[in-house]
Each structure stands twice: as C-alpha cells, then as structure tokens.
Design a protein around this ligand. Structure first.
Ligand code: SF4
Length: 353
C-alpha cells in the first residue's frame, strides 16, 4: 500500500504492550458497559509472531479484567504456518481462525506468493485442512477472498463454497480515485459479483457477507460492517508499538492516513472518537458527499467503503471509486428481492382467497 509506516513498527508486539492494550480495551468496555468486544489479530501475517506471543495475547483477553464481557478473539491468517501447535493454542483460548484464500490454485497463486515467487496455495490448503479436522472445525471463522476480476467468478465461488466455510467475505481491492482499482469497462466488479449473487440467491448453502448485508439493508435493516450502509465505524487498530490507528485499509490512500497521533500509554481509547476522520464515520448520511446524500440507494450503499472515496487534494468527501459498480450491484439485488417479495405476497394472497 501507499503508506509504508509498518517498516518503522516492531515486527511483533512486546509483552508490556500486549498488557497495555488488553488493559485499555477492558477499561473502555467497562466504562461503556459493553457486553462484548471483538479482537482480531492480523498483520502482515500474525502467525509469524510465534505460538508463545499468540498465547500471551489470548491469555490477556481471557483474564479476569474481562469478567462479564464476551471477548470474541479472531486471527486472520494466510494459513501457510497453521499447524497443530497453533491449533492447540487456538482451541485452548477459543480463538477463531479466518483464512485468506482467493480461490483454486491458479486464482490464489496469481498474487499470493512467497518472496521466492512460488505460490502459497498448497501450504494454505494444508493449513485449512487441519483447521477443518473435527477437533478444530468449530474454530473456522470463514474465508476472506480479495476479488480479482481476472479470475472466473463462478469458479471462485464454487471452489470456496465447496470448502464449506461458515462465511465467505468478498473484498473489493483497495483502490481510490487517485489510484483506481484494476479493471476495464464501467462496472467490472458488479459484473463479476452479480453472477455469484444470482447463484447464491438461488440456493447457496454458505453465508456470503456482502450479499447478506445488502439484502438486509434493502429490507430496511442495518449492516454489520462499514463496507455498505451507514453503520458507524467501530474499528480501531492497535499497532505493535501501541499506537492507536484508524482502520489499516486507509493505508491504501496516502502516507500517514491511518495516524491518530494517539498512543495507548498516554491516551484512553475514547480519545480516538474525537479524531475528525473517525467522527466523520459516525454521523451517517450527513458525513457523505452531496451526490451520495441525494442518491436513490444512498442508505443501502452508504457511499461505499470509506478508503475507496479518497481523491488526492480533496480527501474523502466523494462517492466511492466503485460508485457505478455499487449502483449496478445494489440495484440488481434490490430488484431480485423486491420481485421475490412480490411473488410471495401474491402467493400468500392467492392462498387466503
Ligand atoms: S451508488 Fe454512488 S452515489 Fe450512490 S451512495 Fe453509492 S457511492 Fe454514493
């Protein structure tokens, strides 16, 4: 990504920083009477830190300072290092495992390669098979797939759903108006996702988060993430040195974009809420560009994911760089859902008369 600040960070989190992070999160949860918090270990690649550090982190969040608070602990990994030692630690501390996988070998190895250029699909699948063993299957949190429009969409979907993950997360690549995502034509990402949606909607047996979120919003509900809808931002990143940062995908926009200037040693987590970019992501429709405020699907789309709205020299008060894709995808989903409701209403009317 554009931001290279990771180069100045410690490669792993020191024991006192882990204790500080857990202490600040517990303090925040108690002050706000939160019944649950969600802690995700991610990188880079978190399993590079070793089982001892992962176990230390897990112990910190399973300790007495979180009594009465439901802590959901997850790790997001490429699974190449996932082995029995890690899985035993995850099972002991109830750490769920999300796996990054972009499809079958050719699709996955297009970009997910080791430094020597070799693809990582074989190692990822070895880790995934261990995770799917009966002793660990309950820890499987789902698959995260970054969309690559060069891959055939239905092949990717069939392959991933065939692995029976609890959920598939399709992620749009982190492009913006100054560094547009790859792809030709006006709506390459909608054109990639719509065939998958149609197959899934007609009887898919796996959760696909993006589609479920859009359907829920079309029906008047709320989304659970910021990717679509007007759900306030609820994510902060704690860097390995204890700095508080905004969501790390902002690092796709400009150097320092995720900075808050806050550090856990000096600042409680609440102070992040006063940061202008975080505040802008708490105020719903009023925080969107004029075009999005007037958009016919504005409350469903929500202007798209915040980092995708960036344009150098202007900032984030823009529609998403995926505007045309989102318009086409959401309109398609809405049309299918509305047609379905109409059919069911008609059937129910006929049944009663
Ligand atoms: S479809 Fe485009 S204009 Fe409408 S809310 Fe989404 S990004 Fe904004």
């Amino acid at each position: 990504m554009v931001d290279q600040s990771w180069r100045d960070q410690p490669v792993g989190m020191a024991a006192d920083t882990i204790a500080l992070a857990a202490g600040r999160i517990a303090e925040h949860a108690r002050e706000h009477h939160l019944r649950s918090v969600w802690v995700v270990l991610h990188g880079g690649e978190p399993l590079l830190t070793g089982t001892d550090t992962i176990a230390r982190i897990a112990r910190a969040f399973r300790g007495s300072s979180f009594a009465g608070i439901d802590v959901q602990l997850d790790v997001q990994t490429n699974a190449t290092l996932l082995d029995e030692r890690y899985l035993r630690v995850f099972a002991e501390y109830r750490v769920r495992v999300g796996v990054s996988l972009d499809g079958a070998r050719a699709a996955h190895d297009l970009y997910r390669r080791f430094a020597n250029g070799n693809g990582s699909h074989e190692q990822t699948m070895r880790g995934l098979r261990l995770l799917q063993a009966p002793a660990y299957r309950h820890l499987f949190a789902g698959i995260l797939c970054t969309i690559d429009i060069d891959n055939e969409p239905l092949k990717v979907y069939d392959y991933l759903s065939g692995l029976e993950p609890p959920v598939i997360d399709f992620l749009l690549p982190h492009g913006n108006w100054s560094a547009p995502p790859p792809g030709k034509g006006t709506t390459p990402y909608a054109d990639w996702l719509i065939p998958i949606f149609d197959r899934w909607y007609s009887g898919g047996n796996v959760e696909v988060r993006l589609f479920q979120e859009i359907v829920q919003l079309v029906l008047g509900g709320r989304s659970g993430t910021e990717a679509v809808g007007l759900t306030p931002s609820t994510v902060l990143v704690i860097e390995t040195d204890g700095s508080l940062e905004q969501v790390d995908t902002l690092k796709s926009t400009y150097q320092g974009a995720a900075d808050t200037g806050l550090h856990l040693a000096d600042n409680p987590i609440d102070e992040a809420l006063r940061h202008p970019s975080i505040a802008a992501r708490q105020i719903g429709l009023a925080g969107l560009a004029q075009k999005c405020q007037k958009c016919t699907i504005g409350t469903v789309c929500g202007g798209g994911y915040y980092p995708h709205r960036y344009r150098a020299g202007e900032g984030f008060l823009n529609p998403s760089v995926y505007c045309a894709d989102l318009m086409k995808l959401i309109s398609h989903v809405r049309a299918r859902v509305v047609a379905d409701i109409g059919r069911r209403a008609g059937k129910s009317h006929a049944d009663h008369s």
